[in-house]
Structures are given as structure tokens and as C-alpha cells.
Design a binder for this molecule. Structure first.
Ligand SMILES: Nc1nc2c(ncn2[C@@H]2O[C@H](COP(=O)(O)OP(=O)(O)OP(=O)(O)O)[C@@H](O)[C@H]2O)c(=O)[nH]1
Ligand SMILES: [Mg+2]
Length: 360
């Protein structure tokens, strides 16, 4: 999954990026062109335990890719997303919008004072304007095409629908779209069509404070569609903790009353927002986690591994991870009749351990 980290300058994007990737501030790039990119493993315990069961030559975890963009403000004004930014976002599947809540006298806020609600509104407006301007240009073209008798009715209607949503100050990701419409919109790289997570970046002393609770409520009231997408995080301290070894990190987090690291919480949130699940393949050669859309039919899941698996699909032998752990291995599961034989249309579930039978 490819996730873009965006927001105003000095909101803590790079700090959060370091918290999420465990990269250290000493390695910060300066004067860089384009976003910083880092890939991290999704340390799913289930993969670790399956590896302990199989001792495979290779263990492959799922991966998350984070892109850290520089904030854009000019002359005290936020401004529409610039061309270089828009060019580099093609394959990003979701955005994390980092909003500064932490006060800091050393690094003044680029817009004067810390005001998270204002920042969210400004940034949302920028995103919406960016999408609107793409639509307006395109609609103009389509009007010309229409005059020339080209079949552009459907696309025009769809874009007008999008335009309406944006003019109501809502994101395109709130639209109910059928597969055809979704496919049609794919080429446009709209910013607000992608899931958006809003990270409220607080100082650790603000964690659990009435101030932050009120803010969260205000954001939810103003933007009902962000209800399940708010993420309160103490970016600064999480970045420091991410530099520590596993045990020290856990202890440190506990002391702060943080149950799970930002790294893990965000991975779960991204899977949920993007509707992704994991299934596993096991064997002596490799234990591997595969990330797929929820509900993907078995035959398509097979295709994610190899097109031959999809083309020559016969059956999927499936067992839930928990059941496999209970019996201790595929042969034992087979003996006990716990392996299910599923057909092409079986919707793969999170945690399924699958062996595909195929013939090409
Ligand atoms: N107290 C506190 N300071 C933070 C936190 N997150 C970031 N900072 C500080 O804010 C300053 C800016 O942080 P960055 O992460 O570089 O901000 P950025 O959003 O990447 O900024 P640009 O790349 O310029 O757009 C740094 O001095 C950080 O130490 C936080 O959670 N708490
Ligand atoms: Mg930065």
C-alpha cells in the first residue's frame, strides 16, 4: 500500500514519517526534490508464527510505502497543490493529512498561530479546488467534443456529479460509485477520491486532554465523513520511540499510556480505510503475506500470486490461521478434515491460509 503524507509546513509530517518508518532524523534530506520514500514491513505476528511453524527459507511480510511531501505555503497563504506535487501522486492509495496541534515557540506556525480547525479547512479547500480545476478543464474539453458529435455524455454527467459534490465542500471519496464509474475516474488522479486520514499531531502532554477531546469532537461535527479517519498522535515522542529497540519501545509507550505504536495503529487504519485484508501462503520455501481487497474471489486472489494460478485455477485449499495454529500444520489439518476446498467464487477472508490447486 502506498500512502502519502501531506499537510502544511511544520505540521510534523517528516517527524510522523520517521515515527512510521523508524528512520532517524539524522538522515533527513535537505533541499530534496520530490517526496522522501520509505518502505516498511508490516510486522504481522501471524506471519512470524507461521514462519516458526514452517522454518521456511524465506519469510515475506506485507509492505507499506510512505511518501513524505514538503508542505506548501507561499506569502502566508496556502495555495493550490502545485504541479510537481500533482505529478508525483499517481499511485498513492490514501493520504495522511498531518495537522499541527502541538504548540511550539521555536518553530512558529506558518500561518501565525496554531489553529487546527482552520488548517483542516484551508487544506481541504485546497484539495477540493485542485480537483475542481481538473474537472473544469476536462468539462470544457468535453463540451467541444460534444459539439463534434463524440460520445461523451456519460463522462460529462459523471464529472458534473463530481463537481456538485466538491462544490458542496465534500470529498469525492464520499460518492457512491459503480465499478464502471470508478474505472472512468481512475485516470484523473483526483486528490479527494482517495481515503484521507487526518492525523492530529499533538504534544505528548496533550494526549487524553480535554482540549484534544473537544477538538476531535469539533472536527467530527464539522466533517462527519472524517469520523472513522481521525488519528490522534504524539508524533515527536513516537518518532523518538521508533528509534528504540522493541522491548524498550513497548515499555516507553506503556509509560505514556499509549497502547499501540503509531506505526501499528496506522497500518490497521490504512487496511481498514482501504478495505484490505491479508491471506497467507505457507511452505518450506516461503511463508508469505499477501494484501488483497476484502472479499476478493479466490480465483482473483490466486492471480495476485501468479497469472497461471488464476488461469488454471482448480480449487483453493483453505484453513483459517487460528485453526491451523490449533492443529499445528497442514497435514494434521488435512487428516482432521479441517482443510476446506473452496471454488473460484469463494471470498477470501482475512487470515486465510491458502494452497491453490491449479493446472495449466
Ligand atoms: N513538540 C512537538 N514538536 C513536533 C512534533 N512533531 C514535529 N515537531 C517539531 O516541529 C518541527 C517541524 O517538524 P517536521 O516534521 O519537520 O515538519 P514538516 O511537516 O515535515 O515540515 P515541512 O517538511 O517543512 O513541510 C520540528 O522542529 C519538529 O521537532 C510533535 O509532535 N511535538
Ligand atoms: Mg518535512
Amino acid at each position: 500500500m502506498r500512502i502519502g503524507i501531506i499537510g502544511l509546513p511544520l505540521s510534523g509530517k517528516t517527524t510522523l514519517f520517521e515515527a512510521l518508518t523508524g528512520s532517524s532524523p539524522e538522515n533527513r534530506h535537505s533541499g530534496r526534490q520530490g517526496p522522501d520514500i520509505k518502505v516498511v514491513k508490516v510486522m504481522d505476528d501471524r506471519v512470524t508464527h507461521l514462519a516458526e511453524m514452517y522454518h521456511p527459507k524465506k519469510v515475506t511480510y506485507a509492505e507499506m510505502e510512505y511518501l513524505d511531501f514538503a508542505g506548501i505555503v507561499k506569502d502566508g497563504q496556502t495555495r493550490e497543490m502545485d504541479g510537481a506535487f500533482l505529478k508525483s501522486i499517481g499511485k498513492i492509495e490514501a493520504f495522511i493529512h498531518v495537522v499541527r496541534v502541538f504548540p511550539d515557540r521555536v518553530f512558529p506556525h506558518p500561518l501565525g498561530k496554531v489553529d487546527p480547525l482552520r488548517d483542516i479547512e484551508r487544506f481541504h479547500t485546497d484539495l477540493i479546488l485542485s480537483d475542481l480545476s481538473i474537472i473544469e478543464k476536462r468539462l470544457e474539453r468535453l463540451r467541444k467534443d460534444m459539439k463534434r458529435g463524440l460520445p461523451v455524455k456519460e463522462e460529462t454527467a459523471l464529472l458534473q456529479r463530481c463537481q456538485g459534490v466538491l462544490e458542496d465542500e465534500t470529498f469525492l471519496n464520499q460518492l457512491e460509485l459503480d465499478a464502471a464509474a470508478r474505472q472512468r475516474l481512475r485516470g484523473y488522479d483526483f486528490l479527494t477520491l482517495r481515503p484521507m486520514i487526518v492525523a492530529l499531531n499533538v504534544h505528548e502532554d496533550q494526549l487524553g486532554s480535554p482540549e484534544v477531546e473537544t477538538l476531535t469532537r469539533q472536527v467530527e461535527e464539522k466533517y462527519p465523513f472524517l469520523k472513522d479517519s481521525l488519528f490522534v498522535v504524539a508524533g515527536g515522542i513516537e518518532m523518538e520511540i521508533a528509534q528504540l529497540s522493541g522491548e524498550d519501545a513497548v515499555e516507553f509507550l506503556e509509560d505514556l499510556g499509549i497502547e499501540e505504536s503509531a506505526m501499528n495503529r496506522l497500518i490497521h487504519l490504512c487496511y481498514r480505510k482501504l478495505g484490505r485484508i491479508s491471506f497467507f501462503t505457507v511452505g518450506e520455501d516461503e511463508v508469505k503475506a499477501w494484501t488483497i481487497p476484502k472479499g476478493l474471489p479466490a480465483v482473483k486472489a490466486a492471480g495476485v500470486i501468479h497469472s497461471d494460478f488464476e488461469r488454471g485455477f482448480i480449487k483453493a485449499e483453505v484453513i483459517a490461521y487460528d485453526d491451523l495454529m490449533k492443529v499445528g500444520g497442514i497435514p494434521a489439518a488435512r487428516q482432521k478434515g479441517l482443510l476446506r476446498l473452496e471454488g473460484k467464487d469463494y471470498p477470501v477472508k482475512d487470515g486465510d491460509v491458502i494452497t491453490f490447486r491449479f493446472n495449466v
